[in-house]
Write a protein that binds this ligand. Structure first.
Ligand SMILES: *Cc1c(COP(=O)(O)O)cnc(C)c1O
Length: 426
């Protein structure tokens, strides 16, 4: 048996993988044309024909809405901005509770805190790492106003069940599908099922514009409120004659013409790029099947997974070797394996309840009448995955060839055939 690289043996993957790069000649030419026009942004921050942005921004929004089959697309300068605009648009009030997943990027929950509302972390499903509808149900109180669902790693949450809960309790739903563009859920695209879906176009995502994001909705009034929050709402509502001025606190969340021009080209490549990740994942699934204590990703019936991350679940009780040891051995072989997310409720902001200023605001504010816990233990499934069981591999970091995938599989198989060796070393 070949010695593990961890103990000085030969490394299975001795050469670097090619970097993932979704940008090509088309994007370069589109960006160049905008730069040469001199008009790098078409927005004015007043109630004017330019309030909705320039030609490329509006074209990109039309194309995005057509691709995803939704009524309205509103571009923004990041998904974080999009989440902030979305939470404001649905009419969250200070002190409202908003249910959110602990297993997501921090911005998903921060967008709630920005509006002085209270994130309530519900637990996730072990299979898709997305919010568990039964845990959402258990966390609903009289103060619950909305749910922010994340389609983590590229697989949609259980949206039918979540929308049913939302209807029953009169809650709005926002879907953070930053990692799941073009993922399918029962005949529709992830992100188009909730009241608002938010996509990311940051540099690390399947397709990108450097920085950027897009919000989608079928509700014209929500689209309008997001457009206002995007572009200095408070300065515009008077001239525009907006009646409901709650949360019409404006920002500058606008996308430039350069990003929009690049985005138009990137959208044309989205399906090709997600299909490639799906093929790579299928090859990994086949190669990794049957390894003791290792579960390859679950794809639910009538859904597709677009694999922003290829998530594995590991059971140390079946192998007798800790996840840390296995990941260390895999990394030594050259596998870009990671141990994933810190559960959000464990971040200092929630543990210390320090967000706006020093005084515990918004949790300590008189307008918050509830009791929320961020103690370790509130999300046992998410915490167990974080602490012991999750192993992930980013699929939008490198552009894996079939040979690369086969090398990754060989590295896993080598580590698995040396589990006894790892056990002795521990
Ligand atoms: C990337 C990401 C975001 C934030 O996207 P930005 O465009 O960088 O603001 C939000 N949520 C999730 C799940 C993400 O992966």
């Amino acid at each position: 048996m070949t010695e593990l690289a961890l103990f000085g043996g030969p490394k299975t993957i001795a050469r670097p993988f090619a970097k993932y790069n979704s940008i090509g000649r088309e994007e370069a030419e589109a960006a160049k044309a905008v730069v040469e026009s001199g008009m790098l942004s078409g927005f004015y921050g007043s109630w004017d024909s330019k309030f909705y942005g320039g030609e490329k921004v509006q074209q990109f929004e039309q194309n995005w809405a057509a691709f995803f089959g939704v009524g309205h697309a509103v571009t923004v300068n990041s998904a974080t901005s999009g989440l902030i605009a979305a939470v404001g648009a649905i009419g969250v009030e200070p002190g409202d509770e908003v249910i959110v997943s602990p297993w997501t990027m921090s911005a998903t929950a921060t967008a709630i805190v920005v509006w002085n509302a209270i994130p309530v972390f519900a637990d996730i499903e072990d299979q898709t790492f997305n919010l568990d509808p039964s845990s959402i149900d258990r966390n609903i109180t009289l103060r619950t106003r909305a749910i922010v669902v994340t389609d983590i790693f590229g697989h949609a949450a259980d949206m039918d069940a979540i929308m049913a809960i939302a209807r029953k309790h009169n809650l709005k739903v926002i879907e953070d599908c930053a990692q799941a563009p073009a993922a399918r859920y029962r005949g529709r695209y992830a992100g188009t099922i909730a009241d608002i879906g938010v996509y990311s176009l940051n540099y690390h995502k399947h397709i990108h514009t450097g920085e950027g994001g897009v919000c989608v909705t079928d509700d014209a009034a929500l689209a309008e409120r997001m457009q206002l929050i995007r572009n200095h709402a408070e300065a515009v509502v008077g001239d525009k004659g907006v009646e409901d001025i709650s949360n019409m606190i404006g920002f500058n969340l606008r996308m430039t013409e350069i990003e929009a021009a690049i985005g138009i080209e990137q959208l044309k490549k989205l399906r090709m790029l997600t299909d490639a990740r799906i093929d790579q994942a299928a090859r990994l699934d086949a190669g990794l099947s049957g390894l003791r204590g290792l579960r390859t990703p679950v794809v639910k019936k009538d859904c597709s997974h677009v694999y922003y991350v290829y998530p594995l679940v590991y059971d140390d009780e079946q192998t007798g070797v800790s996840r840390e040891q296995v990941v260390k051995a895999l990394r030594a072989e050259g596998v870009p394996a990671s141990m994933g997310y810190l559960n959000l409720h464990l971040l200092p902001m929630y543990q210390k309840r320090i967000a706006h200023g020093r005084g515990g605001f918004p949790w300590s504010a008189p307008f918050y009448k509830g009791v929320v816990s961020y103690a370790k233990g509130i999300c046992p499934v998410a915490e167990e995955l974080q602490d012991r069981r999750y192993i992930g591999m980013s699929m939008c970091l490198y552009d894996y060839t079939e040979q690369d995938i086969d090398l990754i599989v060989s590295a896993f198989r080598k580590v698995w055939s040396n589990l006894d060796r790892l056990k002795q070393a521990a």
